[in-house]
Structure formats: C-alpha cells, structure tokens
Ligand binder design. Structure first.
Ligand SMILES: Nc1ncnc2c1ncn2[C@@H]1O[C@H](COP(=O)(O)OP(=O)(O)O)[C@@H](O)[C@H]1O
Ligand SMILES: O=C(CO)[C@@H](O)[C@H](O)COP(=O)(O)O
Length: 471
C-alpha cells in the first residue's frame, strides 16, 4: 500500500541579506525542500524587493501542496503605509543608524528607567520608535502621509494573505511587536502615549495575534500563521531548553535565551523582547557579525575559506592584535557613530594570519558581553548554541569555546529561523496547546580549552574598548 501523503508546512526567513524558505513535514520537521534568494545591500530597502525575493525563493512550485506557512523576519524595520496601504518610503532597517540622535532624545525625554519599565527595553537606533521620530523630524511630508507602521514580517504576511482590506491584512505577534519600542511585552498592548511622544500623534498598528492564532488563509487555501521576528523564530526552531543561550552570527550578532518571565535591564544592553511561544526573549544584539569576516577577507585579498585558513594558522591571541569590530557603527555597546579600531600593532605581529584571527576574536569578543549580561540578569548559561551564516566558519568554531567559556553546541546546519516559522505554521494547523515536538540534532559540542588564553583575549579587548571609547 502506498504511504499516506504527508502534510507539508513552510517557514520563511526574510532576513537582512536574503529570503530563505523551508518546506517541512508537519509531523517530524524534516526539511523536504527549500529555496533562497538574495536581498539588495543597504540599510533602506523598498519592501517590494522582499516580495520579489520571496517570489524567487518559492519559484518552481516550492509551495505546492503546502498546508500552512509562517514568516519570520528581520526585526524593527519601519514599513510606513499610507491610508490605502501603499508604501510611503523605503523601509528603514534595524541596522540603519540615522536615528541615533532621535534615540538619544527619546531616552532623555522619558528616561531610561521609564523606557525599560514601559517597553522592556531602552531604545537604540535599531528600534522602530526611533525611526518614526526620525521620519517626523526629517521628512514631515512623508510623516504626514503615514497611516500605519508595520514590520517586515507583518508586511510580508499581508502580501501572502492578500485578502481583506489593507489594514486587516497586516497582523503581527508579541515577539516582533516587542521590538517596536511602543509596545509593552509584559501587558501585550501597544502604548499610544509613546507613539505620541515619538511621532507627535498616534498611528495604526497591526493586530497582535496569539502564538498559534491563524492570520487567515490564502485564496489557494494555505493557512497563514502570525509569524514573528527572526530571532524569536530561531528560538522556536531550536526548541531551546533551560540553560541554552543562542549566539546567532548573521548580519547581526544576536545573543538570546527563552525565558518565562520578563527581564528588565536598566543598562539597556539586553532588550526585554517577547518570544514566539508566549514567553520572553531577553536579547543582546550587535550590528557587526558575519560581515566583519567578509570585510577582513576582502582586506586580505582572500575569500571566507582563505580567511579561515589564515586565522587557524595564527596563535590564539593573534600575537597581541585586537580588533574592535564596529565597522557598521555599533548597537551594543551603544556607539552608533563608532568605527572599527585595530589595536596592539607591532612590526612583528602585523601578519595576515594575525589580522584574520583578530577579526574572528574581535567579532566574538563583542558578543561575549551579551552572554555575560544574560548571566548577570539571572539567566542560566549552561551552553551556547551557535547558529547563523558565520557559524559555518572553522575559525569561529575554533575560537568560540575559549571566549564564551562554556560548551559550544553546533546544531546541524540548517535555517533555524525558517524552521521555527515552519514549526509555528504546524502549530497553527494543529490547534494544540503546544507546538509539535521536532527533534533538533547537534552536530558537535566543543568544550572550552583549559589554557586561559580566552581570558587574555577578552582582557585585551576590554582594555582597548575602554581606552578608545570610555576614557
Ligand atoms: N563559512 C562561512 N564563514 C563565514 N561567514 C559565512 C560563511 N558562510 C556564510 N557566511 C556569512 O553568513 C552571512 C549570512 O548569514 P545569515 O545568517 O543568512 O544572515 P542574515 O540572516 O543576516 O541574512 C553572510 O554575511 C555570509 O558571508
Ligand atoms: O535587530 C535585530 C535584533 O534585535 C537583528 O537580529 C535583526 O532581527 C536582523 O537579524 P539578521 O538579519 O542578522 O538575522
């Protein structure tokens, strides 16, 4: 007798550099097929480019027979819509730092303690709330046209849904809404007074759906889930357990954990986001991760494989070279106007090998602070799970355990944001209380060496940071 046809679900990761789509078996999570397409570079992008990438990634019937779909998307991006749902201007992305002054002003006006209390986070230029302030101040004509502000995943979900009127089409979830800066993750409600403070008036927001509440279905009958932010999606895809901390090395470096209660960090380094499963997702994020390695490879006239080889040929500590990797400014620490700094150069240590190693060590040292911050807030750190594009780097894998100081688990290569979105879609379809349990396989776990070299690297990194930015 032939096997019963299996039910398929799809998950989308519309992240900074590309769209990735995975189609999975609803029961097991096994990936049956997948597609991807790049996004243009730049920190402002017309949302139509994401829709085109979605089309290219799902071409040739990738979604044929799919029963449900959910979208995970890069967080915070401001997609401003007018009365008829048309895009007012290119979306300003999470890594666009033009709202640096707006964020300083907003923090001064309300005070960081009140921001943390009301929204769970102190807004940095990544947050949507600072982008709407920038729009009001710098593009008043565009600001006047704004009827609603949605996030990248909300907009794409609306595009997939393509039903109802333009406003009903755009829905969101607690996870992504918590990154706007005008939403309370603790209460699950928007904050109109913060909208007025930032924008001078209120504006429309997408309806916040529950973690497994359907948003509707397409004309073809495919159920559409609420979707979520990309990091919340990855947390769902990894099925995090107590003591797991994720370090995601994509365009952003993100450090986060699944937590049952809201976390409030008065320093603002850890954002108190919500998760996609009804809980919380304390998260530290940097603007500089995988692309630090791309830049270092370019500087050294090699590719990423060549950079790995060079970095692995150097001694730990890169002979004393230290890189503050703030090539795109930085978010944590909050230094939006910063640039990178290479410290400790001598005639003896300025070799390609040491420079490659310093790029890997600097990128990771920047994220060690996030793991420490989570620990300081009472979140257990038993192991780090390394995901994202740059987790494939052999040099990153070699350096990470020594710097994080805990076992580093490398899940099997996979698109964990897309997988999390697919798991959400399966959850929506099931109508159950909990998402389906899909196995996550760990490829390898790397223990920290006992040589203490990681501590030396971190001490030199801290000294350079304090010399350059905190004197
Ligand atoms: N083997 C590798 N070594 C280092 N970086 C890599 C490797 N493979 C991919 N990357 C980098 O990963 C990044 C893409 O990762 P991804 O997690 O998809 O990013 P995003 O989600 O921000 O779009 C690119 O910058 C790419 O250069
Ligand atoms: O701003 C954040 C988290 O707060 C970023 O993590 C973005 O969500 C973009 O993620 P990637 O494209 O790097 O995955």
């Amino acid at each position: 007798m032939p096997d019963a046809p299996r039910t398929l679900v799809a998950g989308v990761d519309s992240s900074t550099q590309s769209t990735k789509v995975v189609v999975c078996d609803r029961a097991t999570g096994e990936i049956v097929r997948s597609g991807r397409a790049p996004h243009p570079d730049g920190t402002e992008v017309h949302p139509d480019r994401w829709w085109e990438a979605f089309g290219a990634a799902t071409t040739d019937g990738l979604l044929d027979g799919v029963a449900a779909i959910s979208v995970g998307g890069q967080q915070h991006g401001m997609v401003a819509l007018d009365e008829s749902g048309e895009i007012v201007r290119d979306a300003l992305l999470w890594n666009d730092t033009r709202s640096a002054q707006a964020s300083r002003d907003l923090v001064d006006e309300l005070g960081s303690a009140a921001w943390v209390d009301r929204t769970g986070s102190v807004p940095v230029p990544s947050f949507t709330v600072t982008k709407v302030r920038w729009l009001a101040e710098h593009e008043p004509e565009n600001a006047q046209r704004v009827a609603q502000v949605v996030l990248p995943h909300d907009w794409l979900t609306g595009q997939i849904l393509k039903q109802g009127n333009a406003f009903e089409r755009h829905v969101t979830d607690r996870g992504d809404a918590s990154g706007t800066g005008y939403f309370s993750p603790a209460d699950g409600t928007y904050l109109p007074d913060i909208q007025r403070l930032a924008f001078g008036r209120e504006f429309g927001t997408p309806r916040v759906l529950g973690p497994s509440e359907p948003a509707g279905s397409t004309d073809g009958g495919m159920v559409v889930g609420p979707g979520t932010g990309d990091n919340a999606g990855a947390a769902l895809g990894l099925g995090l357990r107590h003591g797991d901390v994720v370090v995601s090395l994509g365009t952003s470096g993100a450090v986060f954990a699944d937590h049952s209660v809201p976390v409030k960090d008065p320093s603002g380094d850890v954002a108190g986001f919500a998760s996609a499963s009804g809980g919380h997702l304390p998260l530290m994020c940097t603007l500089n991760a995988a692309r630090v390695l791309t830049a270092a490879a370019q500087l050294l006239g090699t590719d990423l494989a060549g950079l790995d080889q060079l970095a692995l040929a150097a001694e730990p500590g890169a002979g004393g070279l230290t890189l503050l990797p703030y090539l795109d400014g930085e978010r944590t620490p909050n230094l939006p106007e910063a640039t990178g700094t290479l410290g400790g150069m001598t005639r003896a240590n300025t070799t390609p090998e040491n420079l490659a190693r310093a790029a890997v060590e600097g990128m990771l040292a920047n994220l060690v602070a996030g793991v420490d911050d989570l620990r300081d807030l009472g979140i257990p750190v038993d192991r780090v799970l390394l995901i994202g594009g740059a987790s494939a780097s052999a040099a990153v894998r070699a350096v990470a355990p020594g710097l994080f100081g805990v076992p580093v688990a490398i899940p099997e290569p996979g698109e964990y944001v897309g997988l999390g979105a697919a798991r959400q879609a399966a959850w929506v379809l099931s109508g159950e209380q909990q998402p389906p349990s899909w196995p996550v396989r760990i490829e390898t776990t790397l223990d920290p060496p006992a040589d203490g070299r990681g501590a030396e690297v971190l001490a030199r990194y801290a000294a350079l940071l304090s010399a350059v930015h905190q004197h």
